[in-house]
Design a protein around this ligand. Sequence first.
Ligand SMILES: [Zn+2]
Length: 216
Amino acid sequence: MKSLQLKYLYNPPLLIKLLFKDFIWESSQSKILLTFDDGPTSETTQMILKRLNDLNVKSVFFCVGENAKHNPGLIKEILSEGHEIGNHTYNHEVITRLDNTEFNNQIDLFNRLLEDNHNYTVKYFRPPHGRFNFHTQKILAEKKIINVMWSLLSYDYTNDLNIVNFAIRKYLNSNSIIVLHDSRKSKNIIVDSINLIMEEVNKKGFEIGKPAECLR
Ligand SMILES: [Zn+2]
């Protein structure tokens, strides 16, 4: 089977969700989960943490290992503020291109960094570029790591708030898992994107959930 790429969809197709049943595609509660990929970065992560703190919202940050290594202070801050950290590989690799050893290394190096330097056990994974295959499912199951996909891609990395606005207004559900980015690309619109989500959540009478309750 060819690897799947879900990057260019707001909401992944049902068939894929059925084939990859071990993966989490939506919040298990009627509550919305915010997630942030590709950080931490000094430019963006700090702003997000401040805004989330003001809102009392807890999220999952799917970090890249090399960014985590270079920004230990930000990792500490993410954890001390009650957020979770997920594994987004060590080098943001397209995992379907890796052999078995390389794939294992990408996961294990990340987990070990968090364990050794931050005394934190990683529970969640998200594949870079939304690429995965059946082998991914098997290895993650063996490692007892939960693969967290999404049901709403915000397109914040386009750096265009109008696109984010369209995605959120059209596709936000009561159990959405939303992907945002704490990368350089989204720096200029990330706080506005969070505000826009909160506005829509309030307007529709939805609720934001904590990672542990949404990813049960
Ligand atoms: Zn990514």
